[in-house]
Design a protein around this ligand. Sequence first.
Ligand code: PHE
Length: 439
Amino acid sequence: STPDSYKINGLTYPKDSYSNIPSSILDKLDRNLHLLPSHPISILRQIVEDHFSTYTPLVPSSAVVSVHQNFDELGFPPDHPGRSLTDSYYINNEYMLRTHTSAHEVESYKKGLDKWLLSADVYRRDEIDSSHYPVFHQMEGTHIWQNEDLHTLPALNAELEERLKECNILIEDETVISTSNPYQPHHDTIHAEQITKHLKHSLNSLIFRLFGHHASQKGAEPLRVRWIEAYFPFTTPSYEVEVYWNGQWLELLGCGVVMQKTLDLSGVSNKSGWAFGLGLERLSMVLFSIPDIRLFWTSDPRFLTQFKQGEITTFQPYSKYPPCYKDMSFWLPPSANASAEQHEHEHGAAAAGGKLPPKSGEKTFHENDYCEIVRDVAGDLIESVTLIDKFSHPKTNRKSKCYRLNYRHMDRNLSNEEVNELQQQVQKRVVQEMGIEMR
Ligand code: PHE
C-alpha cells in the first residue's frame, strides 16, 4: 500500500476521503485464524461444520466487499449508524472490509445452495477491552426451502428439550411475534412459524452439542441460555441468543427469518428460510476458558500447542504477566463538545455510532478513533482503554477526558521504559491527528 492506494490480494484500490484502514489492520488480512489447524477458532469452526454436516461449507476469498454487498443489498437504510466511518473500515467510498459474514448472503443464495455455512474474518472499529478486537471471526449459516416443501418440515423439538434438561441446560425463551418483531406480511403464517421453529431447534441443538458435556459435570450450576428479540434490517422476526457466563449475559449470535427482499434479489423468490451469524471468538472464550481475546493472535507456542483439532479443552494459563497502566488527560477539540457525550458502546452491525464523513477540516472526537491510534501504536500490548474521568470547565465550557491505558504483554514482562515510550507515541499521534490538547 502507498499513501494514495491500498494493495490487497494483488488488487490496487485508490484511496479517497473514506479511506480509514491503518496498517495494523491490513496486516491481519492474511492471518486466517479460522483456517489454522489446531487453533481454537478453527477447532470451533470445524465442530460447527460437523454439527451442520449436510450444509455446504464456504470460505470467501477476500475480506474486501463492496459497500453495496455489506449494507445496501441487505436493506440497511442510508443513515444506519453501522455505515459510519467511526464504526467500519473503508477502502474507499465503494469498497470496505466486511463487517459481517451476512455480506455474502446474496452471492451464496445466487449459487443455488439451500443450506450453507460460511466462515470468515470480519472487521469493526471498536473500543478496547478483553472481549473486543477490531478483527474477529463469524460463521453465517442458512437454510432455505422451496415454499411448496415447507409443509414437510419436521417438528423436532420435544426430544431435544428432554436432552437439554438432562444436561442441565436451561433454555429461556419468552420471545413473541408482535408488531415490533413480526412475521413478513406476504409469508403464510404457518410457514413462517415452521421456519422459526426449525431455526430455534437447529441452534438449540448446536448449543447442546457445544455445551452438553460442560453442563453435565457433577454439581455444576445449570447453564442458562436465552432467546431475546432483536432487530436486523435483513431478517424478521429476528433474535439473539445469549449465554450466562461469569455473571453476565454474553451475546453468541444473531439470527432470524430471511427477508424476502434478499431472496428476491438473489433470484430465488420461490424460497424462504432462516439465517444466523455466530461470533467465533466469544464462544471460544467461553468454551476453552480463554480470558483475553488477544491470545487468539499470539504466536507463542505455549498457547498454540495446547489445542487439538476436534476437541474442546480448558486453556491452562501459562502465566499472567503484570499490567502497567498510564493515564492520559486531554482537552477535546472545540467542535467535539456537542457530540462527544452521545456515543454509546455497542457491538453489532445494528449498533450505535457516529455519522457519515465529516466535512474536511472539522474535528469530532470519537472514542473509536482514539482507540484505533492506541492500537496502531501499541498493537497487542494494549489490554484495555477506559474512560475514568470527564470534566467540563464551568466558565469556558471546555471539555476534557481522562483515559486509563492498561498495557500488558501476553507472553512476557513489559518494562516501564517500553510503556512510557508507547504512551508518548500515542500522545504525539492523537495530538497531531485528532486535534486534541494534552492537559
Ligand atoms: N450479521 C449479523 C451481525 O453480525 C448477525 C445475523 C446474521 C443476524 C444472520 C441475522 C441473520 O450482527
